[in-house]
Write a protein that binds this ligand. Structure first.
Ligand SMILES: O=P(O)(O)OC[C@H]1O[C@H](OP(=O)(O)OP(=O)(O)O)[C@H](O)[C@@H]1O
Ligand SMILES: O=c1cc[nH]c(=O)[nH]1
Ligand SMILES: [Mg+2]
Length: 209
């Protein structure tokens, strides 16, 4: 299931972000702000447990998160999303999955994975700005499931319908949260209208390789 977060502050940021002349420092800041703006919706149904709560005046009851949160940026571009989530979920652990999409086959090629030893009792939020063909998101989720994760959600900036369809059929239990559902993919697998290559725009590497 896809949740498109149609909030005026998010769409304002995204509209400015799409502009090809948005410079790298501004691009990073806008991605970070959108990530923070997405957090309440992405986490709205996290499970809570009732606990005793002592105030300076009396004992009452409160609620804390039942499960620890693990944020999983898909490298590189997912790192751009990370700080906006950590700003609001500072106790989260961070796992990393390195995937590079092969420009000819459009298949993700794994190069790194590091996560806490046990994921079975955690709430996992996978972060990647772009859901294009869906190959990277599916590969990331499969690796986390293989490591024992069961409670997984996926957050992105921009999703393409083709990637959403693939992801929903391969990972039917993983909800998608997106700032925008765009129109389609072009012949090179880029999202239209999209925002170009998110990793290159975040890290200033366009045209360097
Ligand atoms: O849905 P897909 O077709 O798999 O494409 C999306 C992936 O492509 C981009 O990463 P890329 O492989 O370019 O790596 P980068 O983040 O290091 O630039 C993007 O950040 C996603 O991870
Ligand atoms: O449009 C796209 C597709 C994949 N990766 C990106 O960074 N942008
Ligand atoms: Mg890239």
């Amino acid at each position: 299931m896809i949740h498109v977060l149609d909030h005026p502050l998010i769409t304002d940021e995204l509209t400015r972000l799409r502009d090809p002349i948005c410079p790298t420092p501004e691009f990073r800041q806008r991605v970070r702000r959108i990530a923070s703006l997405m957090v309440p919706a992405v986490t709205a149904n996290l499970q809570s447990t009732v606990v005793p709560c002592t105030t300076p005046l009396e004992i009452t009851s409160g609620k804390t998160l039942t499960h620890s949160v693990v944020l999983v940026p898909i490298l590189r571009a997912g790192l751009g999303f990370l700080d906006g989530f950590l700003d609001l979920i500072p106790n989260a652990a961070v796992a990393h999955i390195g995937l590079a999409r092969n420009e000819e086959t459009l298949k993700p090629e794994p190069y790194y994975i590091k996560h806490p030893p046990s994921l079975a009792d955690s709430e996992i939020i996978v972060l990647d700005p772009m859901l294009a063909t869906g190959g990277s998101a599916v590969e990331g989720v499969r690796r986390l499931q293989a490591a024992g994760a069961t409670r997984i959600r996926f957050a992105c900036l921009v999703a393409a319908p083709e990637g959403v369809a693939t992801f929903e059929s391969e990972c039917p239990d993983v909800p998608i949260f997106a700032a925008s559902l765009d129109r389609c993919l072009d012949s090179r697998g880029y999202i239209l209208p999209g925002l170009g290559d998110a990793g290159d725009r975040l890290f200033g590497t366009a045209g360097t390789c």
